[in-house]
Design a protein around this ligand. Sequence first.
Ligand code: SF4
Length: 151
Amino acid sequence: MILVSSCLAGLEVRYNGTHCLNEKINKLVEENKAVTICPELLGGLSTPREPAEIVGGDGDDVLDGKAKVIGKSGKDVTEFYIKGAYAALEKAKEINATIVVLKENSPSCGSSMIYNGQFVGQKVVGNGVTSALLKRNGLQVISEERFVRDI
Ligand code: SF4
């Protein structure tokens, strides 16, 4: 079974109420080969919500207590992101996920790139919080870009 970001399957769960439908991923969900998760909703946030970025590092640093997830207004939302990451891990274990495909660039789901924490639209190399936790637990996490290209 494959675990995928909900927004990639067309669910309108992004911070601004939109989705980022990927046809190949949505087809897997329709064929019952993939299960959707949105770590930010699982963590207790709702849609719409304030955009947030990781400040002071990446998702690994958040898990290690060295960086925080901060909303655009300056509110510390780290706890929601960590809670969502653990909920995603539980789900991955529950369905015996063989591979996890998550939305690139998100502070939760990014698996190779995230925004740099300055809300200026610039990306840096790094994991989102959920990707970092899943990788630490031995799961193969890739972006939708890599999934479409390589798999
Ligand atoms: Fe999509 Fe992940 Fe953001 Fe949820 S947390 S909207 S699944 S990128």
